[in-house]
Write a protein that binds this ligand. Structure first.
Ligand code: NDP
Length: 283
């Protein structure tokens, strides 16, 4: 049986570190503020936005909510971002995705100042990650690195395999593992023999977006398995991209769903917000 990597415990640690950092900044007269923009009333987005506001309250970050109607035009949204980019009292800007149909998400992401892009989606921050410069890093993959490090998993020199190459998870994940000196392979839907590759992994990060797809037959004995996937089953329960029961028979360490990578994403968002004031040269 494998050891559980507990994202609830580790994310709580990170949030309490952020809380201390924010309190120290406040003591120096520096406040940290995050603008959270939601367009329309998609129920899943509303839950995410509510959780982000709650996390801000927990760590002492001021959150400023912009709940815009579904009828908002792209121009109105871009004008708001432009205004927030220029405001000294706003350190982070987050636009909850997905946006309503007809809005160009790339255009909206690109409009956010890279110095306020706490989601780490702006091309400037993506570029900085690939050339090893300091910038904002996408929260979910950054959270995976924290989970590994704080669970005592050595990345340097290890065979790391990432399943998935999306811009928000797979690609930044592979860059981060490389930055930690892992030997990284990225798999995707055109990978010829997926099992042959994944069975080489000492660390397997699964972001394939298919519920329960990765079972023990994809995993080397003793590998560390990180499940980024989140899906809601018909019975209302959550599951990941990994078949947990089967995988935990062979993995040495594994993240559960829920309670693994999920809680890390918001904790890393809070960490990015607290770091924004440094990147903006405010301290
Ligand atoms: P995407 O759907 O954007 O990407 C999935 C990737 O998996 C693609 O690169 C795709 O390849 C690859 N893929 C699909 N099928 C196969 C296959 N049969 N074999 C090998 N590779 C395959 O998903 P995301 O990256 O956005 O998300 C991945 C998972 O993580 C989802 O379950 C999502 O819900 C979850 N997630 C969780 C977060 C969290 O906070 N915990 C945050 C973000 C996402 P190709 O590029 O060739 O199409």
């Amino acid at each position: 049986m494998s050891e559980l990597i507990d994202g609830k415990v580790i994310s709580t640690q990170i949030k309490s570190e952020v809380k201390e950092k924010v309190a120290a900044l406040n003591a120096k007269g520096v406040t940290v503020s995050l603008a959270v923009i939601q367009v329309g009333a998609d129920p899943a987005s509303s839950v995410y936005v509510r959780n982000k506001k709650k996390a801000c309250e927990e760590v002492g970050i001021r959150s400023v909510a912009y709940e815009l109607p579904e009828t908002t035009t792209e121009k109105e949204l871009l004008d708001l971002i432009d205004e927030l980019n220029g405001r000294k009292d706003i350190n982070g800007i987050l636009v909850q995705l997905p946006l309503p149909k007809g809005m160009d998400e790339d255009k909206v992401t690109d409009a956010i100042s890279p110095l306020k892009d706490v989601d780490g989606f702006h091309p400037v921050n993506v570029g900085k990650l690939s050339i090893g410069k300091r910038g904002f890093v996408s929260c979910t993959p950054a959270g995976v690195i924290e989970l590994l490090k704080r669970s005592g998993v050595e990345i340097s020199g290890k065979e790391c395999v990432v399943i998935g190459r999306s811009n928000i998870v797979g690609k930044p994940m592979s860059m981060l593992l490389l930055r930690e000196n892992g030997t990284v392979t990225v798999c995707h839907s055109r990978t010829a023999d997926l099992k042959e590759v994944t069975k080489r992994a000492d660390i397997l990060v699964v972001a394939v977006g298919k519920p329960g797809m990765i079972d023990a037959s994809y995993i080397k004995d003793g590998a560390v398995v990180i499940d980024v996937g989140i899906h809601r089953k018909e019975d209302g329960k959550l599951c990941g991209d990994v078949d947990f029961e089967s995988a935990s028979e062979v993995a040495s360490k594994i993240t559960p769903v829920p309670g693994g990578v999920g809680p890390m994403t918001i904790a890393m968002l809070m960490k990015n917000c607290a770091e924004s004031v440094e990147l903006q040269g405010l301290i």
